[in-house]
Write a protein that binds this ligand. Structure first.
Ligand code: KG4
Ligand code: ZN
Length: 406
């Protein structure tokens, strides 16, 4: 066994097969991601059976590539970290089974990592790597801040969760503060994109097109979510992490994105945008790259669609921002971590950063590559567990609705 603190991370919870080698949770030696997006795009979303089959095909070459890129062999590794949930059962099982077999053959411990904790560590890993201070006005030193109590917004295709992340004797503890009651924000992006004939995943396209529209053209509203008695103690209707109850959560920090998707559909129908636009865009987008100029954007969509896209994004990000900053203020937290696929969004980064400066709090994001699913974040999240000796036993299996924190 090596002594460098090298952890091989493996991630296969959804539509990306990923492997990475990270040193002491702080230095990425390699991060390889094999995306299945092109295959699922044909169906407009992830097809679980196809995902499992592709993970099986990709796992061995992806792990080999991660080791080769890091310039290490199996003998140099100290542990194997693998995502155990939440995610698609069959997809998770491919990574877990491979990790267990490899660990058994090499006499290495396995560390089970929650995918959501992984996303949070994508930001912490990035901060450790760059030691970016950016702490003006917060009264914290750079080193203090790396392990400071933080509010984490995990916002992706499967999740929209707010956690209070607290360092505790070298490891991290998480408390659920808020979450979506129905669709995740990324899911709303993908569904709206599908309605308009944009490709899957829709986030990057909406991101690119939104800047050419008027964000105030369509006044989408998010009504305040009231505590619903019939929901008390029940799990929300989301695909992932079903076990987290919402009974004790402050309704001000609950999200709901299914309504805006319906409002967009109604707008499309009312303005006769349904016929032709989707097909036309889909045809033009085949092999196209996101537009860089207004002319390029207009060649893809009429102005009315650009305005709709821009207004949708403006409303979603406004809602994410309002509730996240309100929660940070209520908890007295001075650092916000925004992570997950939607954290790659350019308007989100601009607006969160501006608001953070205004409120004299700090906001941090992962690099764009670490915003979406990857294995470096899994290896990084495993490091404190490795140090604490928290290893999985041989019975480790997939937990599709694994919750993080309480
Ligand atoms: O974290 P991720 O790769 O997978 C999950 O754990 O879900 O997130 C994928 C999600 C998709 O819904 C995708 O549309 C969204 O992240 N996404 C974006 C952007 N890039 C990816 N949403 C908005 N703007 C983006 N630039
Ligand atoms: Zn994810």
């Amino acid at each position: 066994m090596g002594e460098r603190g090298l952890i091989l991370g493996i991630e296969s919870s959804c539509d990306e097969t990923a492997a990475a080698v990270v040193e002491r949770g702080a230095r990425t030696l390699s991060s390889v991601v094999a995306s299945q997006i092109a295959m699922h795009a044909r169906y407009g979303g992830v097809v679980p059976e196809l995902a499992s089959r592709e993970h099986l095909r990709a796992i061995v070459p992806v792990v080999r590539a991660a080791l080769a890129e890091a310039g290490v062999g199996f003998g140099d590794l100290d542990a194997i970290a693998v995502t155990s949930g939440p995610g698609l059962a069959g997809a998770l099982l491919v990574g877990i089974t491979y990790a267990k077999a490899l660990a058994f053959a090499r006499g290495l411990p396995v560390i089970a990592v929650n995918h959501l904790e992984g996303h949070i560590h994508a930001v912490l890993l990035e901060e450790r790597q760059t030691m970016r201070p950016g702490l003006e006005g917060t009264g914290q030193s750079p080193v203090d801040s790396l392990d400071a109590q933080s509010l984490a917004l995990v916002v992706s295709g499967g999740h929209t969760h707010l956690y209070l992340a607290q360092p505790l004797q070298g490891t991290w503890r998480y408390k659920l503060i808020g979450r979506t009651l129905d669709d995740a924000a990324g899911e709303a992006y993908d569904k709206v994109a599908k309605l308009l004939g944009l490709g899957y995943p829709g986030g990057p396209w909406i991101d690119a097109l939104a800047r050419f529209g008027d964000p105030k053209a369509v006044p989408f509203a998010f009504s305040q979510i009231k505590t619903k008695l019939h929901l008390a103690g029940k799990a929300p209707r989301t695909k992932a992490a079903k076990t987290a109850p919402i009974a004790d959560l402050d309704p001000h920090f609950l999200f709901s994105f299914s309504g805006i998707k319906t409002a967009v559909l109604r707008y499309i129908e009312l303005h006769g945008l349904r016929d032709g636009v989707g097909e036309r865009i889909a045809k033009m987008l085949a092999g196209a790259r996101p537009p860089k100029t207004k002319e390029e954007a207009l060649a893809l969509c009429p102005q009315v669609v650009l305005d709709l896209i821009s207004s949708f994004q403006h409303a979603v990000i406004g809602d994410l921002m309002k509730k996240t900053f309100a929660a940070a203020e209520a908890l007295g937290v001075k650092r916000i971590l925004v992570t997950g696929g939607v954290a790659a969004n350019s308007e989100l980064r601009e607006r969160f950063s501006a608001e953070a400066t205004r409120r004299r709090v700090r906001v941090a994001y992962p690099t764009l590559a670490l915003s979406t699913d990857n294995a470096a974040m899994i290896a990084a999240a495993a490091w404190p567990r490795f140090v604490a000796g928290e290893f999985a036993d041989s019975g480790l299996s997939a937990d599709p609705s694994l919750a993080l924190g309480r």
